[in-house]
Design a protein around this ligand. Structure first.
Ligand code: NAD
Length: 251
């Protein structure tokens, strides 16, 4: 049996791991053997139990990821309880939709704070711990809108473009020091974030018609790639954004 993908004994932080894609990635990492710290606003005991059912340790930390000043103590808390951090999945994200001409500043700042600023500063804080240990895997969740502009979502596109770009910047500095920083760009996934699109019959049909795989994605589609980028199998992959999009970007 090849153990390139084995995460036994590794410790992962998954932000927003209480639902949606984050929850499925947390379960995927756990199924490969990683202990998981779920950092989210409302961590439930059910989610932690589901993770523990994979035979690993799981802790939950209720945290608003906008509290950048608290990252030092957040990281200390995880290290106190789990011993170290090997894997960081920056998954927490939000969406706000308005025509660009009317996009309110408050919503622009909200999206940028959670989707871009929090991701960078958590990379920085956890990255320091990884650099000291000379090993670590950071997985940032980008989007198709790291590549494309989208409709009525300029803040989201700006934030996800930023994530893909600074992932390369971090990789340039940290690749030689044993820390891998990469992105996953999910395509159109059927989660609560996309309720507005799914419930709009025209947009929903238009999107489906353009996906070569002929279906929306789901959380399970994220598990293999999360395990891959968290494991030794991806040791020579740095600064790359891997699309999990049913072929969308190839059209
Ligand atoms: N669903 C898609 O089609 C899609 C496509 C591309 C990228 N993504 C990205 O994937 C990630 C997960 O999205 P999802 O579809 O599972 O969405 P979701 O809305 O189901 O989950 C988002 C998660 O982020 C957490 N979160 C939001 N704000 C937070 C805050 N201030 N503090 C702590 N946690 C916070 C939520 O609690 C939740 O767990 C996001 O970064 C999103 O941008 C999703």
């Amino acid at each position: 049996m090849n153990n390139l993908f084995d995460l036994t004994g590794k410790v992962a932080i998954v932000t927003g791991g209480n639902r949606g894609l984050g929850k499925e990635m947390a379960l995927g990492l756990a199924s490969a053997g990683a202990d998981v710290a779920v950092v989210a606003r409302n961590v439930t005991e059910e989610v932690l139990e589901e993770i523990r059912n994979q035979g690993v340790k799981a802790i939950g930390i209720n945290y608003d990821i906008r509290d950048v000043d608290g990252y030092g103590s957040l990281v200390d808390q995880v290290i106190d309880q789990m011993g170290k951090i090997d894997i960081l999945v920056n998954n927490a994200g939000v969406q706000k939709r308005h025509p660009a001409a009317e996009f309110p500043k408050e919503d622009w700042d909200f999206v940028m704070d959670i989707n871009a600023n929090a991701v960078f500063y958590l990379c920085q804080t956890v990255g320091k711990h990884m650099l000291e240990r000379g090993k670590g895997k950071i997985i940032n969740i980008a989007s198709l809108l790291s590549f494309q502009g989208g409709l009525t979502v300029p803040a989201y596109a700006a934030s996800k473009g930023a994530v893909m770009q600074f992932t390369k910047s971090l990789a340039n500095e940290w690749a030689g020091k044993g820390v891998n920083v990469n992105c996953i760009a999910p395509g159109y996934m059927a989660t609560e974030m996309n309720t507005a699109l799914i419930e709009d019959p025209t947009r929903s049909r238009q999107i489906l018609e353009r996906i070569p795989a002929q279906r929306w994605g789901n959380g399970q589609d994220m598990q293999g790639v999360a395990i891959f980028l968290a494991s030794d199998a991806s040791d020579y992959i740095h600064g790359y954004t891997l699309a999990v999009d049913g072929g969308w970007l190839g059209r």
